[in-house]
Ligand binder design. Sequence first.
Ligand SMILES: [Zn+2]
Length: 138
Amino acid sequence: MVEVCLICEKNKSGTKLKEGFIINNIRKIKKIFGIAKGNKLVVCDSCMEEYKKRRQNFEKTILLWSILGGILALFIIIPSVLMYNIYEILRSIITAIILIGVLLILVGMVRYIPKLETIPIKKTILPKKKSKKSTKRR
Ligand SMILES: [Zn+2]
């Protein structure tokens, strides 16, 4: 697989990005439309600062939208609670969950910045054993 930087979109090697749920789904959608490039997403060294900024922004955006979604949910649910109608309450809760889900997916898809695969906090250096099962037959 070709390594491509997420930020500058150049063909560079760098720190790998965690390809979670969203990236996998974007890839699936791209495959359906036949526009998948099959690239491995990385962040090159010169873009690391920019990446950190964008990741931070992304986390803030998600947090903000979660809070907004929560407020929105209250506005949907509270009136039904005041009606003392269990069906109305259930209906409004489901509506709120779907609405917030869709909202977060949309926000996440548009501005998605994945995490780095290697978490730099843990600095335990494990000796890399090349423990590949030797399938070489001589
Ligand atoms: Zn780059």
